[in-house]
Design a protein around this ligand. Structure first.
Ligand code: PLP
Length: 218
């Protein structure tokens, strides 16, 4: 099946209230446009350079989510291109986003990335550090904290991802109950091609899917 059919099938399958991010790393502008023309509203990019390369073709025909590891020296470009940054995991990164947004007058929607698998080499804040980080980010005037994102460890069997989604959902609910000023716990971004069905069962309302839309990456 092609990108158009894959996209339409997936959009039909997702329950109401769930938003789909097409994870577009390594894909061409033509491939991304095929997804957008099939009804996909949000493009996810891991790299600034890739986003810049396809931006002229796609522009504001979709919204743009940054889903990769954001280096501080790339923040200036990121806040120009993206409508949401899903991968904030330190106060320093949040402060840099805040500083750059102050210059453009835009408040950047962000998600805090949780290292739900407690993997040493992985990005994200550890579960027990999430509340402290969120409180520190909440006072930054040019950032709008809107929820959480997690990757979780990679598994062949999607069932193995479930505990990491459960952990992240628990943090989401706990933070929501605290009703912190300037924090709106609206989005829970979890699940990829392999695991999105399990993620939906555990409360995800934003799923990031690449392979199922665009095919295997080379
Ligand atoms: C690549 C990627 C995805 C999608 O992965 P697939 O397995 O191709 O669906 C989701 N989230 C992030 C952060 C990614 O880098």
């Amino acid at each position: 099946m092609g990108i158009r059919e894959n996209s339409q099938k997936l959009l039909k399958e997702l329950p109401a209230g769930v938003e789909l991010v097409a994870a577009a790393k390594t894909r061409t502008a033509e491939e991304v446009m095929a997804a957008v023309e099939a009804g996909i509203k949000i493009i996810g990019e891991n790299y600034i350079q890739e986003a810049e390369a396809i931006y002229p073709a796609v522009g504001n025909k979709a919204r743009w989510h940054f889903i990769g590891h954001l280096q501080k020296n790339k923040v200036k470009k990121a806040v120009k291109l993206f409508d949401m940054i899903e991968t904030v995991d330190s106060v320093e990164l949040a402060q840099e986003i805040d500083r750059r947004c102050a210059q453009t007058g835009k408040a950047m929607p962000v998600l805090v990335e949780i290292n739900s698998g407690r993997e040493k080499q992985k990005a994200g804040v550890l579960p027990e550090k999430a509340e402290e980080l969120i409180k520190a980010i909440s006072v930054l005037p040019n950032i709008k904290l809107m929820g959480l994102m997690t990757m979780g460890p990679r598994f062949g069997n999607p069932e193995d991802s479930r505990p990491y989604f459960v952990t992240t959902k628990k943090i989401f609910e706990r933070i929501k109950a605290l009703a912190i000023a300037n924090v709106e716990m609206k989005y829970l971004s979890m699940g990829m091609t392999n695991s999105y069905r399990v993620a939906l069962e555990e409360g995800a309302n934003l799923v990031r899917i690449g392979t199922l839309i665009f095919g295997e990456r080379d």
